[in-house]
Design a protein around this ligand. Sequence first.
Ligand code: ADP
Length: 410
Amino acid sequence: MKVAIINCGSSSIKYAVFDMNTREMLGSGLLERIGTQESRVRHRRRNDFGKYDEILMHAPVSNHAEGFEFILSVTAKMRILEDPNELFGIGHRVVHGGEAYNGPVLIDRKVTSKIRELIPLAPLHNPANIEGIEVALKRLPQVPQVAVFDTSFHATIPPHAFHYALPYRLYEEHHVRRYGFHGNSHCYVAKRAAAMLGKSIESLNAITLHLGNGASATAILGGKSVDTSMGMTPLEGLIMGTRSGDVDPAIHFYLLREAGMSIEEVESMLNSQSGLKGICGNNDMREIGGLAEKNDQLAQLAMDMFCYRLKKYIGAYFAVLGRVDAIIFTGGIGENSRVIRSATCRGLSGLGIVMDEDKNNGALGCEAEVQDGQSDVKILVIPTNEELEIADHTVETITALKNGAVQLKP
Ligand code: ADP
């Protein structure tokens, strides 16, 4: 049973094909620079030894429809998907489901127009997601297609946590509230953590830390999200590669008045010139770590700030949850940076969080427990797999509909 996952950006298409009987990814890739003469696809294919070979191919691709066709030809040539009609389904990653979707949904015309209505909440992402859906529906109308939202996992956050202390009518009239993102990643690693600890997901209390270019922390109570650091947009919360995370909102007005900046300049600065890059000029944690080792003061400051903000969220979510079974590190930084994991957990023994530095040093891009024997709280490193999470939701949604179930699993 094969399932394809599509994640469309404004000039890119990420894709993956899974064999859901074995839960193995057969191949995946990223088509970039759509609309230019330099479009290229970086394709990874599983070989006979269970490892992945990477192939780079170039072709001018002028739009997403051509891009989709190019991807189908690549996956056919690589014998990953010889006939796309054999697909059990296609899962589309959609960034914003607003309050309309608390779970995945089979895509029809009504669903695409609802996702279109949500564009003001995600102007950078939802238009590209819709483009991908429309192209795939047109090309493969007989394959069931499912929208899986980044926001859905956070639909269980209670009102006292999702409201901003702003006039209530802004929520009623303009949908101003916290939504949260990275839901598929937080959900995936929480389920893996429950399996690693031999617990049911319903009994798991955890703090998940997704640390990539974007970063967010989630408080998970009994397997459900009850708070998360990103808000109405992915700008709130932790310090990220180029995003500021939490700042005093009055800074915006100050900059308009005193620095003569326009509102557009402030918005662009907060999204693309701030975070790690704003402090030390670099947004790649690997390079920042290297610079800090060479005594670059601003690189060290950026790392210290990153870990300090994380520590504050861990403390806050500890208070929210009362009991914490595990802290989970994931995303490119969480999976690979022992330095960031160690600095984040340092000084948290009062909360029962004690790291074993040797175990931490040995955990690179693989599932591992890295806590000390005396630690009350498990510290887990779990590589995320958002694509597999989307594939699972796609299969569940289509199967539930085929079985005539009224209620879809959220
Ligand atoms: P995205 O959000 O784009 O999916 P990733 O999850 O791939 O991002 O994470 C990218 C981040 O992970 C970058 O800051 C990168 O430097 C960092 N990273 C990857 N490998 C390492 C490593 N070995 N040590 C420190 N940081 C790393």
